[in-house]
Design a protein around this ligand. Structure first.
Ligand SMILES: Cc1cc2nc3c(=O)[nH]c(=O)nc-3n(C[C@H](O)[C@H](O)[C@H](O)COP(=O)(O)O)c2cc1C
Length: 339
């Protein structure tokens, strides 16, 4: 029986345990022209020696055009260096680094919303190529892989879901049509990267288990190496979690996808403690466990959990302060005071 601290290999890449730092935008921490600000770079570097097997960066924009609000990106060659700087710190500690690549959109009803049905085919091809070029830069920076952001109503979530994609051209229609763009991205990336480079996909589940299992299988069949299961177009869902399942529906769906796939699966959302994560690995309900807010609250979350596996770092504020300014996170404030 595996446990959460046990190493695992994906392709030829060794991960020292099953713990993942989930992708999280550190709002309010500035970047300039898509280059991550030094405070943010240092924040990632600080996580490199904290017993985390895999750090996934926050969503990095593949597009200059869609990169608002001083966010970091990976749309220029000038962005390779900050990724390299973080990665060098990771290598020293046997920590793996993936960049999460996204074409930023904010879902129905927001000012940022893009209707995937209104984009001309040429625009989709441009977006496809932006993802491909961004992945190329990540490989140049030395990263072990990338994660395509196909969850949370981001662009790839919207183009792959039948709820949002009503296109009648080669990028719409049945499941094969809806994942065609992702397939082209993956195939092109794989045609030039070294064999060990990992292409992960963060999939947002959208409606019912059968449909989502089919989508995940299709995603696996196009060459994705790892699947990270999260929420998707959440206003339409029909998922019943068994009463005795001690995690939420997002984790539940991830565990069901794991049962139906051969590639490694990451589950996430409100797992909170090392103990709860360990149970999921021990029961073979997933291969990796991602934590988000626990790491924002305390970068030493794993180290402290190794002494007390029920350690909860996050104070569970009604609205996470990291959506505005991480410096205001009460856990951070407390930790800084006691330094
Ligand atoms: C401040 C903040 C920013 C986030 N940014 C991203 C992001 O850039 N990309 C992404 O896929 N998910 C993002 N998420 C979602 C997290 O990756 C994770 O799925 C979520 O926080 C649930 O896990 P947790 O309960 O362990 O925090 C963000 C979450 C938070 C709190």
């Amino acid at each position: 029986m595996a446990n959460i601290m046990e190493p695992i290999k994906v392709k030829n890449v060794e991960f020292k345990n099953r713990i993942v730092m989930a992708p999280m935008v550190r709002f309010g921490w500035p970047s300039l022209n898509g280059i991550m600000g030094q405070k943010l770079v240092n924040h990632y570097k600080e996580a490199a020696d904290k017993e985390i097997a895999l750090i996934i960066t926050q969503a990095l924009s593949v597009s200059e055009e869609r990169n608002g609000r001083g966010r970091p990106g990976v749309f220029l060659d000038a962005h390779i260096d900050y990724l390299k700087e973080i990665h060098e710190e990771c290598i020293k500690n046997d920590t793996r680094l993936f960049a999460q690549l996204s074409y930023p959109t904010s879902g129905y009803g927001s000012n940022d919303y893009i209707d995937v049905n209104k984009l001309p085919k040429e625009k989709l091809i441009d977006i496809r190529d932006l993802f491909i070029r961004a992945a190329e830069r990540c490989e140049k920076a030395g990263l072990e892989g990338i994660e395509l952001h196909g969850a949370h109503k981001f662009f790839l979530n919207m183009i792959t879901s039948h709820i949002s994609n009503k296109r009648e051209d080669r990028y719409g229609g049945d499941l094969n049509g809806r994942i065609a763009l992702v397939k082209e991205i993956v195939e092109s990336i794989k045609s030039y990267v070294k064999d060990d480079f990992i292409v992960s996909y963060r999939m947002g589940w959208n409606e019912n288990l059968d449909a989502d299992i089919n989508t995940a299988k299709a995603i696996e069949s196009i060459g994705i190496d790892m699947l990270h299961s999260s929420s998707g177009i959440t206003d339409r869902k029909d998922i019943k979690v068994p009463e005795d399942f001690p995690y939420n529906e997002i984790v539940y769906v991830g565990t069901q996808l794991k049962k139906n796939l051969s590639i490694p699966v990451i589950v996430v959302n409100n797992i909170r403690t090392l103990n709860r994560g360990n149970y999921l690995v021990e029961e073979n309900l997933c291969d990796f466990v991602a934590y988000g807010k626990p790491f924002l609250a305390d970068v030493n979350f794993v180290k402290k959990s190794l002494r007390n596996s029920n350690y909860e770092a996050c104070f569970k504020c009604n609205e996470c302060k990291w959506f505005i300014d991480g410096d205001k996170c009460p856990s951070q404030v407390k930790l800084n005071r006691s330094k």
